[in-house]
Ligand binder design. Structure first.
Ligand SMILES: C[S@@+](CC[C@H](N)C(=O)[O-])C[C@H]1O[C@@H](n2cnc3c(N)ncnc32)[C@H](O)[C@@H]1O
Length: 440
């Protein structure tokens, strides 16, 4: 099946051309490391969140830590800013208004979590230039928070090439958002962006069995096809090895999962009461047999955001829903998906490091936790409405009337707009705007 999450247009030049392909031997090395961790822990199983964290973020080997550029036409998926700069130009309009609402502070900080190779920031800055926002451009300082050192080098190179190197604040190399980067954080005034960042945060997985909330762990698959390990251990609960949870669809038929990596999902008593507490706080009671994901990383992320932003706005754009919808009867198998080469990978445990793992964001929890962290929700809307209200059509008209109109670029912009607004694809992303001390 072709990825519906990140549809691939045929007409985009990949920004990451020329990068060396990763060695195919890298991924087994990561699977070996995960197997060694499983063997070493009591109970011989790790949470799915731990598996996902290593699969995505293991230094040098994780999906988001290798040289390969992911969110491009040539990569495994495509994000909104990578479809066309018109996305960033439109976001720039909103940021220009925010700067004015804050009283035009100088310097004005643009902080971006999961910045990738800087495409969104570069198109935002280009948008400001196109809009003649020269005073804002002079005030902007851009701070990418990107854990992939290869992407940080891309950012540096691309900003230098664009003559914008002076705006970059790269204090501390390759920071991993939320975990500190060894650099003292001084809270600033500005706008904090997170586009398709939160859906990459590791999630725990749970399932209801016999009316009880159980957690889905990752274990090794023994030669007989069952799970290695057993009862007791770190979580102190028994392991339902026979009821191993299957692939992405979350089938509970004991079907093998992760045959390639030799991993299987097993259920046991939850590793932390925080999983049940999150669902309770959301007002959610899962149905018998229902599989769901819970992202406990939202809270530390919001604390990190609060520590960085003294005054200003947060724009978080991602796949996701209200809790009632996310955990409702239409998603009984959860929203965890794996992507490889623009296609859905059926087994989330196969080839750790080679597959993008992602789960939709619980915006009810995000709203609530943001309030606890000292933010006020300004608005939440879908991306389609956000872009239209933000001036996407004006951007297209400006492109159309520009004296140096490039017809191919105009055609690209039009087709990108269709994708950005399509309610079945990027148009249904959620855009959450938060504010903190806007009056100063
Ligand atoms: C799906 S990509 C989105 C990239 C970009 N925001 C875009 O929209 O094109 C997610 C990005 O987040 C980065 N990332 C993931 N976890 C991170 C963390 N804990 N701290 C900083 N960056 C992280 C990845 O390396 C990757 O570049």
């Amino acid at each position: 099946m072709t990825s519906g999450r990140r549809p691939l247009p045929a007409d985009l030049p990949p920004p990451g051309v020329g990068r060396p392909p990763r060695k195919s031997s890298d991924a087994p090395e990561l699977a070996d490391r995960i197997r060694a961790e499983i063997d070493a822990v009591p109970g011989r199983r790790i949470t799915f969140a731990r598996f996902m964290d290593r699969a995505l973020n293991e230094p040098d080997l994780g999906y988001y830590r290798v040289a390969t550029d992911r969110p491009t036409g040539a990569g495994d998926f495509l994000t909104a800013p990578e479809t066309h700069a018109i996305f960033g130009w439109t976001v720039a309009r909103r940021i220009e208004a925010m700067w004015a609402e804050l009283g035009r502070p100088e310097p004005f900080h643009l902080i971006e979590y999961g910045a990738g190779s800087g495409t969104l920031a570069l198109s935002i800055l280009d948008g400001m230039r196109r809009h003649g926002a020269v005073e804002l451009l002079a005030a902007v300082r851009y701070r990418p928070l990107e854990s992939n050192p290869h992407r940080m080098l891309d950012i540096e190179r691309r900003f230098e090439e664009a003559g914008l190197g002076g705006l970059l604040n790269l204090a501390g190399a390759s920071p991993s958002a939320g975990s500190g980067d060894g650099v003292e954080v001084v809270p600033v005034s500005g706008v904090l962006l997170a586009n398709e960042f939160l859906d990459a945060l590791p999630v725990h997985r749970v399932v209801v069995r016999g009316g009880e909330l159980r957690e889905i762990f990752v274990a090794r698959r023994d030669e007989a096809g069952g799970a290695t390990g057993g009862s007791g251990g770190a979580t102190g609960g028994s392991t339902d090895a026979a009821g191993a949870v299957g692939g992405v669809a979350g089938a509970t038929d004991g079907a093998t999962s992760g045959a390639a990596g030799g991993f299987v999902q097993v259920t046991a008593r939850p590793s932390t009461p925080d999983l049940a507490a999150r669902l309770d706080d959301d007002g959610i009671a899962l149905a018998e047999g229902q599989v769901a994901e819970v992202c406990l990383g939202l809270e530390p992320w919001l604390r990190d955001v609060a520590g960085r932003l003294a005054r200003g706005y947060v724009l978080a754009i991602d796949y996701g829903y209200d809790a009632a919808e996310l955990y409702g009867s239409r998603r009984l198998a959860g929203t965890l998906l794996g992507y490889r080469g623009h296609r859905v990978e059926e087994d989330p445990l196969a080839d750790p490091g080679e597959i993008d793992l992602t789960a939709h964001v619980d915006f009810t929890a995000l709203d609530r936790l943001a309030a606890t962290a000292g933010f006020r929700t300004v608005s939440r809307t879908n991306q389609s409405d956000f872009l239209v209200a933000g001036g996407l059509e004006e951007e297209l008209r400006a492109l159309q009337s520009s004296p140096d109109l490039d017809l191919a670029d105009y055609a690209r912009a039009r087709s990108a707009i269709l994708r950005l607004l399509d309610p079945r694809h990027m148009g249904r992303f959620q855009v959450l705007t938060l504010e903190r001390n806007p009056a100063g």
